[in-house]
Ligand binder design. Structure first.
Ligand SMILES: Nc1ncnc2c1ncn2[C@@H]1O[C@H](COP(=O)(O)OP(=O)(O)O)[C@@H](O)[C@H]1O
Ligand SMILES: [Mg+2]
Length: 258
């Protein structure tokens, strides 16, 4: 049964989509079968891995509103071992359409259930808000990764999201666990970044990944070519960091590599 990991942070531009596709890619490079689920109407994970969100007839939107079975919307990606349940801009409407549906917070969890056996990991990219789509991503996940930039407000954002996960567990009877905060776009030459990173590790011991994602031009460039960092610049610092993250996650989960 696939372990389901959601990348969530209500803040935009913190590296959720970048981390989703590159973590998925390196988990696959380590021999695991991966499904990426894009539940953000901006569809950055979908385009970042090389699919055109405007050309999709079937997307997670059609699955969530019950028009298409999840198997039928899943597509292969150019990366061996990585499939995607893509997003399209139609998804923006789903947030509204889902409002009247029963068990609307559990919809994503429900549609992933029948395909869970086919994968080792399902990695979910979520929108930069705390709306219904993100709520679905949090409810569906066993574990949550919170990408954060080492800025002044990162600590508050992190504390907020941890409280939100607790609230969800209490109110929706789920058992979603925060796996950890992932420091992204880290510049080790910046005094602020170093100070904030230290403070995050002090305030949330055991909840911060050892792997740190550096600010890296190749990571920013890769999506404009529809490529992951493994295809675009496999020897970059960014690629190395995502490989370390994938290895760390396998260790935490007690899973062997290939
Ligand atoms: N480690 C990094 N170094 C440099 N640029 C990055 C890095 N991670 C992400 N980016 C760029 O920063 C922007 C925001 O990242 P993204 O993953 O889309 O964030 P989110 O999904 O949280 O909104 C994108 O343009 C992306 O290419
Ligand atoms: Mg994104």
């Amino acid at each position: 049964m696939a372990r389901i990991i959601s990348l969530c942070n209500q803040k935009g531009g913190v590296g959720k989509s970048t981390s989703c596709i590159n973590l998925g890619t390196f988990l696959a490079a380590l021999g695991k079968k991966i499904l990426i689920v894009d539940i953000d109407p901006q569809a950055n994970a979908t385009s970042g891995i090389g699919l055109n969100p405007r050309r999709l007839e079937k997307s997670i939107y059609h699955v969530l509103i019950g028009k298409v079975a999840s198997e039928d919307a899943i597509r292969k990606t150019p990366i061996l071992g990585v499939d995607i349940l893509p997003a399209s801009s139609a998804l923006a409407g789903a947030a509204v359409e889902l409002v009247d549906i029963k068990n609307r917070e559990y919809k994503l969890k429900e549609v992933l259930e029948p395909i869970r056996r086919k994968y080792d990991f399902i990695v979910i990219d979520s929108p930069p808000s705390l709306g219904l789509l993100t709520l679905n991503a949090l409810v569906a996940a066993g574990k949550v990764i919170i990408p954060v930039q080492c800025e002044y407000y990162a600590l508050e954002g992190l504390a907020d999201l941890m409280r939100t996960v607790q609230l969800i567990n209490t109110n929706l009877k789920t058992r979603t666990a925060v796996m950890g905060a992932l420091l992204t776009m880290y510049d080790r030459k910046s005094r602020l970044h170093r100070a904030v990173a230290k403070e995050i590790r002090r305030k949330f011991p055991g909840y911060v990944f050892d792997a740190v994602i550096p600010r890296n031009v190749s990571l920013a460039e890769a999506p404009s070519f529809g490529k992951t960092i493994l295809q675009y610049d496999p020897y970059s610092h960014g690629a190395k960091a995502y490989r370390q993250l994938a290895e760390e996650i396998l260790r935490m989960e007690g899973i062997r590599k290939i």
